[in-house]
Design a protein around this ligand. Structure first.
Ligand code: DWN
Length: 408
């Protein structure tokens, strides 16, 4: 049995020295919602940077068996993600010239939402998902899924039955992987020679600009720039053929990787040059980001205190993983936020890890009529505000980052 947590001293990409740039203290696992008042474990949340390839990464790795075998987050709750995945599948189907005979493999396939879109386009699909509870949902949705982490054994199980893949997708999973070299080695084995691996990861440049430090939690082991991911992919004998910015999860990178050992394309090199011009290859950029986080915390606490002083009640909307970093780091509990509503039935009736704020169905807004709603899933604020106004009437909405403010 692997240890619960291991300290990281070397870069997972190039094995060079790491420099600590930020500590958010000890916090519980962001998706480990608890029943009643059970005491959950907390782990150090320390952010480091490699002084050689500038990959930003956590200083500790929590055993993935603890985080991903039973997983409460489901992509299908949000209309925004349903639209995102529908447009992604249509785009990739056309651009990669997929056909009804094409095989599409999704790593970290969650509830099968993305593969459902490819299936509608006629592709053969197979998911790989370690969380047993999510595999049951995916299978009910008609998405065949291997219940395991991505590895050579999953590759073997797929290739003997389906052959090699035309497209492998990895949305919001590559940043969760410790052994990235093995991940890419397995990806090379499952892709056919013209195949494409498409990776989506939160973009650290947007995280720094928007001060969205709540994206930092134990599931997210790496925080990629184009510079660091291009370095990593090249080091593992694959080619980054294109990188796009996509407006999801507060700003992400969509990285197209080809199964050949070749230099990144000119367009990719230009994006890396733009990042170097923005000093993303300079440790002080990340140190300054870390220093600004303390101010974010005090701004939010002052804002919420002023709302409470005006005798208004505040509740949260979106029991997001990121919410738990924000709440735990800022010390925000039921003294500020009476409860959080969330439309994911897997989270309702549980309590937030560390702060123990109850999670209720959104119908509580109708029954209890709070004054203010703090939109903890700020990346989905438009969808949430529209939904609340349509179903529950008028409230004052607050978003916490980059600075706390009312949204109309
Ligand atoms: O990488 C990850 C990202 C992709 O998703 C995972 N490690 C975990 C997860 O992070 P998150 O929980 O911060 O993601 P979201 O999608 O920003 O969380 C949104 C939350 O808001 C969910 O709990 C669902 C909830 N929600 C809701 O209750 N009603 C969202 C919408 C739009 C709604 O209408």
């Amino acid at each position: 049995m692997r240890a619960t947590i291991k300290k990281v001293t070397r870069c997972r990409s190039c094995a060079n020295r790491l420099l600590v740039v930020l500590s958010l203290g000890k916090t519980p696992l962001a998706n480990s919602f608890v029943k009643s008042d059970e005491k959950e474990k907390s782990f150090p949340l320390v952010v480091c940077i490699c002084e050689s390839c500038y990959l930003v990464q956590l200083g500790h790795v929590v055993n993935p068996e603890l985080m991903f075998r039973n997983y409460l987050y489901t992509t299908g709750v949000s209309e925004t993600f349903r639209r995102h995945f529908a447009s992604m599948s249509t785009r990739l189907f056309a651009e990669l010239k997929l056909t009804p005979d094409s095989l599409v493999v999704d790593i970290g396939s969650n509830d099968g939402l993305l593969l459902g879109s490819f299936k509608k386009l006629g592709c053969r699909v197979i998911g790989i998902e370690p969380a047993s509870n999510l595999v049951s949902i995916a299978e009910k949705n008609g998405i065949p899924t291997i219940n395991d982490f991505f590895s050579d054994s999953a590759v073997h199980a797929i290739t003997v039955k389906y052959g090699r893949a035309n497209l492998v997708t990895a949305t919001n999973v590559f940043a969760h992987v410790d052994d990235v070299a093995s991940f890419l080695s397995s990806a090379k084995k499952i892709l056919n020679k013209d195949g494409t691996l498409v990776i989506e990861v939160p973009y650290i440049r947007r995280m720094i600009e928007m001060m969205t430090f709540d994206t930092i939690y134990h599931e997210h082991l790496s925080y990629f720039s184009a510079l660091s991911i291009v370095n990593l992919i090249a080091r593992n004998g694959m080619q980054v053929s294109k990188i796009e910015e996509v407006d999801i999860h507060g700003g992400s990178l969509r990285v197209f990787v080809k199964n050949r050992d070749a230099r990144p394309t000119v367009a990719v090199q230009r994006m890396v040059s733009r990042e170097i011009a923005a000093r993303l290859n300079n440790v002080t950029t990340y140190e300054r980001f870390a220093q600004r986080i303390t101010k974010s915390k005090s701004n939010l606490l002052q804002f919420l205190a002023s709302v409470k002083e005006s005798k208004k009640t505040i509740v949260g909307y979106g029991a997001a993983a990121k919410a738990n970093t924000l709440l735990n780091y800022c010390g925000i509990g039921v003294d500020y936020i009476e409860y959080i509503v969330d439309d994911n039935p897997l989270k309702q009736g549980l309590f937030t890890p560390g702060t123990h704020i109850p999670v209720l169905p959104s119908s509580a807004l109708f029954e209890r009529r709070p004054d203010c709603i703090l939109v903890l899933a700020w990346n989905l604020v438009d969808e949430i505000v529209t939904k609340v106004r349509q179903n529950y009437g008028q409230f004052e909405f607050i978003v916490p980052l980059p600075h706390p403010r009312y949204v109309r």
